[in-house]
Ligand binder design. Structure first.
Ligand code: PMP
Length: 394
């Protein structure tokens, strides 16, 4: 059976990481990989996470099974984090939150669930979108359609084109929206634009699905969720994929959540039972450790405050770097959009040849699409990156 299989080419991002590791220039700069980095270029364990782990190690009494929905304490803490405290959806029993193996687990289980609801479900994704959305959603059998999102000339949201295309979607189609910190572009919808999209979704009977992978890294925990919360307050049904990979730095612990919003509590109970059965047939139940960490942090006033402070520090560092980067490039081009965008990523809008020259001649690494991870910069390397870019742009 296996002899017929051909090896696949290496993933371009992993390939880039390998080339970076093998590059022995001391002043090389990694703007490629999509994880948060501190000033020293590390992706540290947050102090609040360390402390929660210490408490867990001391207090844990069993490793017995938890169940397909994961921890109820984690799930209600995530409902509050994403939907806000005192959400009427929670009060009215219209939402269930299920612990998943990362945001990826939430995306895939939502896709499997959607296919169960309707075998020929179409899902509209932004152009561009996070590359993994395509296999995660398409792999479950959903038909992928694209709506224009980023204008490649201005590197800003082409909102008119987005609405015009979504007008052509059919009732029951799913619209995938990035909750904040759009990956890969950093270009987010304003609250007014969220309101317009909400109206369109309501009028056309579309099903919104929000991928919330970076809450707290754009402008703050509540500000980043404002669009999503407006949408959730207005529509009868909705799906939300949450992730604790970035805002708790729990990447490898595979910690995420899937929220299922229904029109009534009765519908929600039935739909949730179906979702849990889908989960049971895939991975049975999620891993516990990361979710226990999050539950411990969010359930303790001091730890929660400490975590928020650390997260705010990360968010502010990114915002500072965005402004400093745009400023450093301003003498030879209009890169003001970098300061206006949010989260870790932006496209520089340069050609693959220029990206290649930055790598070969200057040891500066980014994706071929010119997507950079702003968190990979620091005040020390900024002038070096700016002068390399000036040279390459000629
Ligand atoms: N959605 C988007 C847009 C992402 O960028 C990521 C992480 N790169 C995820 C979801 C899911 O991440 P994880 O499965 O690690 O939580």
């Amino acid at each position: 059976m296996f002899e017929t299989l051909q090896p696949l080419p290496q993933d371009p991002i992993l390939q880039l990481m390998q080339t970076f590791r093998e590059d022995n220039r001391p002043d090389k700069v990694d703007l490629g990989i999509g994880v948060y980095k501190d000033d020293a270029g590390n992706t540290p364990i947050m102090a609040a996470v360390h402390e929660a782990e210490r408490r867990l190690l001391e207090g844990e009494t069993t490793k017995s099974y938890v169940g397909p929905a994961g921890s109820t304490g984690f799930n209600s803490a995530m409902a509050e984090l994403i939907l806000g405290s005192n959400s009427p959806l929670v009060r009215d029993g219209r939402v269930s939150v299920i612990q998943t193996p990362g945001g990826c687990g939430a995306l895939r289980m939502a896709a499997e669930f959607l296919r169960l609801c309707k075998a020929d479900t179409k899902v509209w994704v932004s152009t561009p979108t996070w590359a993994n959305h395509l296999p995660l959603l398409g792999g479950a059998g959903l038909t992928i359609r694209e709506y224009p999102y980023l204008n490649p000339e201005t590197l800003q949201v082409d909102f008119g084109a987005m609405l015009e295309t979504l007008e052509r979607a059919d009732a029951g189609d799913v619209v995938l929206l990035h909750g904040c910190c759009h990956n890969p572009s950093g270009a987010d919808l304003s609250l007014a634009q969220w309101q317009e999209v909400t109206s369109l979704i309501q009028r056309k009977g579309l099903l919104p699905f929000v991928d919330m992978a970076y809450q707290g890294l754009g402008e703050g925990l509540d500000a980043d969720a404002a669009g999503l919360r407006h949408l959730a307050s207005a529509v009868p049904e909705m799906l939300i994929a949450g992730s604790c990979s970035k805002n708790f730095g729990l990447y490898r612990e595979r910690t995420g959540a899937l929220a299922l919003v229904s029109e009534t509590a009765t519908v929600n109970a039935a739909a949730t039972s179906q979702l849990l059965s889908v989960i049971r047939s895939h991975y049975s139940m999620p891993p516990a450790h990361g979710a226990s960490i999050v539950e411990t942090i969010l359930g303790d006033d001091d730890l929660r405050a400490q975590w928020q402070q650390e997260l705010n520090g990360m968010c502010e560092r990114i915002l500072h770097l965005r402004h400093a980067f745009a400023g450093a490039l301003s003498s030879f081009g209009d890169f003001e959009f970098i300061a206006r965008q949010r989260g870790m990523f932006s496209f520089l809008g340069i050609s693959p040849e220029q990206v290649g020259r930055l790598r070969k001649e200057h040891g500066i690494y980014m994706l071929e699409s010119s997507r950079v991870n702003v968190a990979g910069l620091n005040d020390h390397v900024l002038p070096q990156v700016a002068s390399a870019l000036r040279e390459v742009l000629g």
